[in-house]
Design a binder for this molecule. Structure first.
Ligand code: AHR
Length: 499
């Protein structure tokens, strides 16, 4: 099968915001306890943080991490996680039917973020709590000194403020499963009052309003419109969440998931602009796709896991080669929408629907989905280019016109690098790609990284990484304006050019 791609240096979609390579750590399962934090582990530091996990997070390149939830946050009292560790209460977490010891709270997690070279994005509780708790945590975290909450932080040994820039106004408040779920008007009002006092406490912060929990929610569309009617002038972003699955074992349809994501993004951007027009506003509200991933492998086994124990090993999906292809297509989709998506979080980071897994007392290892994310974060920063593609398309169940080639290019002018990311969705054939380059004189094809496996259900494990990228010889390139590459059957590819 053949495909053509055209790139022109001047045909730009927009600049990438590095925060699209964000992730998420929730107090859920073994993400925090027995994940990033395992005192007594041979590779733990003096605070109990696993250095091997931090190393993998750095290798992945994760500039921002959302915390502490997720559904967890809607029942969380942030004050339980500050002050002397031995005095912190053991609480029941009603979201995940777990016991929460509160050994890790804001200060410890902020310290972990510093060690992992990442920025903290904090979600406040707008379920059981409201504006008062929200303004207090902004004061505790960000106010320098000389007020009740800032001085309390200092008395806890944290002299410098954390200066958390990004704050989420609750989590998935449209979902009936949420602790203290609200309708759009109730949420819009409550979030508005929280937003006001949070920004009055620290005017430098940025806020994310809760959008829909997924594009299939019955309230999708109406929810965003109503919420933004209240919040438009007070927030910088609206959130989107979406998880994909192959429960029906329909791989062509599964690989087309990113088309659903693309349409979700474009619709939410349209709603933001509708409210902008209604308000005669000049301000643009952008998008924070702050939960996305593949999630379905663990659903059945999680039913059997005992409740009300600490760090119950739930949501431990083991990812296949085909999951990595979907993750690759999603990363390409986020890039293609770089003009509106400024933040995105792969949910989650460690042990819970995660690219990084840990064995208690043992090793930390990379799932299949680790690799496309790592490549995108490493090489996908700069100017995203429009990439018109000519190739065959297929129909997959309810989705028509699925191109066999999913592709985007990013030009990093500072580094003189041009990278083409490409997924071959064809399950039976390699794809011969021909790319026409315009305005890239002097750029040479230096590397073709590719990941594929004859078995689409192949997985990695603590025993070994069966699915890993390999370097293929770069394809042909004539006087610089045309290059060729063969993309293996069902593969993720990174084509790198450099001047
Ligand atoms: O990431 C797992 C859960 O998915 C989060 O807690 C919630 O926000 C979403 O429903």
């Amino acid at each position: 099968m053949k495909a053509q791609l055209t790139l022109h240096k001047e045909f730009a979609i927009g600049e990438t915001d590095k925060r699209i390579y964000g992730s998420f750590i929730e107090h859920l399962g073994r993400a925090v306890y027995n994940g990033i934090y395992e005192p007594g582990h041979p590779r733990a530091d003096d605070k109990g943080f696993r250095k091997d996990v931090i190393k993998l997070v750095q290798e992945m390149g994760v500039p921002v991490v959302r915390y502490p939830g997720g559904n967890f946050v809607s029942g969380y009292n942030w004050e339980d996680g500050i002050g002397p560790a031995e005095k912190r209460p053991m609480q029941l977490d009603l979201a995940w039917h777990t016991k929460e010891s509160n050994k890790i709270g804001l200060n410890e997690f902020a310290e972990w973020c510093r060690l992992a070279d990442t920025e903290l994005m904090y979600a406040v509780n707008l379920g059981t709590r409201g504006a008062d708790a929200a303004r207090n945590i902004v004061e505790y975290a960000n106010f320098p000194k000389g007020s009740y909450w800032s001085d309390l932080r200092i008395s806890h040994g944290v002299k410098e403020p954390h200066n958390i820039k990004l704050w989420c106004l609750g989590n998935e408040m449209d979902g009936p499963w949420q602790i203290c779920h609200r309708n759009a008007t109730e949420y819009g009002r409550a979030a508005l009052e929280a937003a006001k006092v949070m920004k009055w406490t620290d005017s430098s912060i940025e806020l994310v309003a809760c959008g829909s929990s997924n594009a299939d929610m019955p309230t999708f569309g109406d929810w965003e419109t109503e919420v933004l009617n209240h919040l438009y002038d007070h927030v910088e972003y609206v959130s989107l969440h979406q998880y994909f699955n192959n429960s029906d074992n329909d791989t062509p349809r599964f690989l087309a998931s990113s088309l659903i994501m693309d349409s979700f993004i474009k619709t939410v951007a349209g709603i933001c602009d509708l409210v902008k027009a209604k308000k005669r506003s000049k301000k643009i509200v952008n998008l924070s796709f702050d939960e996305w991933n593949v999630w379905f492998h663990s659903h059945r086994q999680d039913q059997k896991i005992e409740r009300w124990i600490e760090a119950r090993p739930i949501l431990e999906d083991i990812y296949t080669m085909e999951d990595a292809l979907v993750v690759g297509c999603i990363l390409i989709t986020l890039l293609k929408n770089a003009d509106r998506v400024k933040i995105a979080c792969l949910a989650q980071l460690v042990n819970v629907i995660a690219p990084i897994m840990t064995e208690p007392g043992g090793t930390a290892w990379r799932q299949t989905i680790f690799y496309p994310f790592m490549h995108a974060s490493a090489f996908g920063r700069g100017t995203v280019l429009h990439c018109p593609v000519t190739c065959d398309k297929y129909s997959a169940n309810d989705i028509d016109d699925v191109p066999y080639l999913e592709s985007v290019a990013v030009h990093n002018e500072e580094k003189n690098e041009l990278t083409i990311f490409a997924v071959n969705r064809n399950l039976g054939e390699a794809l011969d790609l021909e790319a026409g380059l315009y305005g890239f004189e002097g750029y040479r094809f230096i590397e073709h990284i590719s990941m594929s496996n004859a078995d689409l259900k192949a997985v990695n494990s603590a025993q070994g990484e069966v699915v890993q990228p390999v370097t293929l010889p770069p394809g042909k390139q004539d006087a610089g304006q045309r290059l060729e590459a063969r993309l293996p059957t069902a593969s993720w590819n990174v084509l790198r050019l450099k001047k």
